[in-house]
Each structure stands twice: as C-alpha cells, then as structure tokens.
Write a protein that binds this ligand. Structure first.
Ligand code: 4NP
Length: 159
C-alpha cells in the first residue's frame, strides 16, 4: 500500500434515497481521494428510509462503472443522530435534503452542514437534481457534477 497523508476529515453525502446521487458522490470522492493519496473517511446516506439495505440503482452503478468506479458494494442507509457527531462534513445533494438534514441536526452536533455544489466555483446554491424518474442521461449529469464537487473537495482538503 502506498503512503497516505493522514486526514481527520470524515465526509457524508446525503440525498433522498441513498441509491442514486449520494452513492455516486461517495464513489467519485473515494476515487479522487485514492488518486490524490488522501486518507478521508467517506460515506453516504438518505434522508428517507425507502431503500435501506439496497444496492445503488443499476443506472448509478452502470454510470460509475463507465467512469471506472465500482459502487456496487454500497448499501442504502438512512442518516441518523450519530452522523452529526461522527462526520466533520455533511454535504446535501439538493436544497430539500439540506433543509431536512438541518431540521434533524442535534443542536450540539459538530458536523459542518452544507450544500454539495457550494464547493464548486460558479455553481454555488445549485442542486444535483434527482435522476430517479428520468433516463440514464440524467445519471451522467449527476456523475459530472459530483466529480466536480469531489475535485474541489480534494483541493480544499489538500491545503
Ligand atoms: P436519490 O434518488 O435520492 O438520488 O437516491 C432517489 C431514489 C429513490 C427515490 C427518490 C429519489 N424514491 O422515491 O424511491
């Protein structure tokens, strides 16, 4: 194994179902961190409970795989109270999930909570839109967006 710079960062990505957007963000950041030799804790979760224990959506798996990233082993889970203490950063994929994350955050939670695309210059305040009810092209857009955000995050964490 190669030498890795140690990091005290623990990053959680949060969308609605934890089967499309946040597992893709998790895969994109895992890949970017590995390429950069950065040791970052990375996980994802949903605000909803619909898909607990499920694999990512087959379209999300296929899109990540086309970009050389394997997310097949991930399983859906719902965000919980402990996450607000364990993670240093919680990034919501859109405004509605951001509002829901903030609404359930314990008052003394230590994680910094933000919108994912706020990391990307020129994209502040914008959503990574839910691709679930669309076709596969929407998943490609999601991949591009989460990859941009992952790159920006790696740059921040490498400073
Ligand atoms: P995600 O996409 O929040 O990006 O995982 C969705 C997955 C499932 C549902 C909605 C969005 N659903 O309604 O089941």
């Amino acid at each position: 194994m190669s030498e890795q710079a140690s990091s005290s960062y623990n990053v959680l990505f949060v969308c609605l179902g934890n089967i499309c957007r946040s597992p893709m963000a998790e895969g994109a950041l895992r890949s970017a961190a590995e390429n950069a030799g950065l040791n970052v804790g990375i996980d994802s979760a949903g605000t909803a409970s619909y898909h607990i224990g499920e694999t990512p959506d087959p379209r999300a798996i296929a899109t990540a795989a086309r970009h050389g990233v394997d997310i097949e082993g991930l399983r859906g889970r719902q965000i919980g109270r402990d996450d607000f203490y364990h993670f240093t950063h919680i990034f919501a994929l859109d405004g509605s999930n951001l509002a829901n994350v903030k609404a359930i955050a314990p008052p003394d939670g230590t994680a910094r909570i933000a919108l994912l695309m706020d990391l990307v210059a020129g994209r502040e305040g914008t959503a990574v839109n839910d691709p679930y009810y669309g076709d596969e092209s929407g998943f490609e857009v999601v991949w591009e967006e989460v990859t941009e955000a992952a790159k920006a995050l790696i740059k921040d964490l490498s400073r």
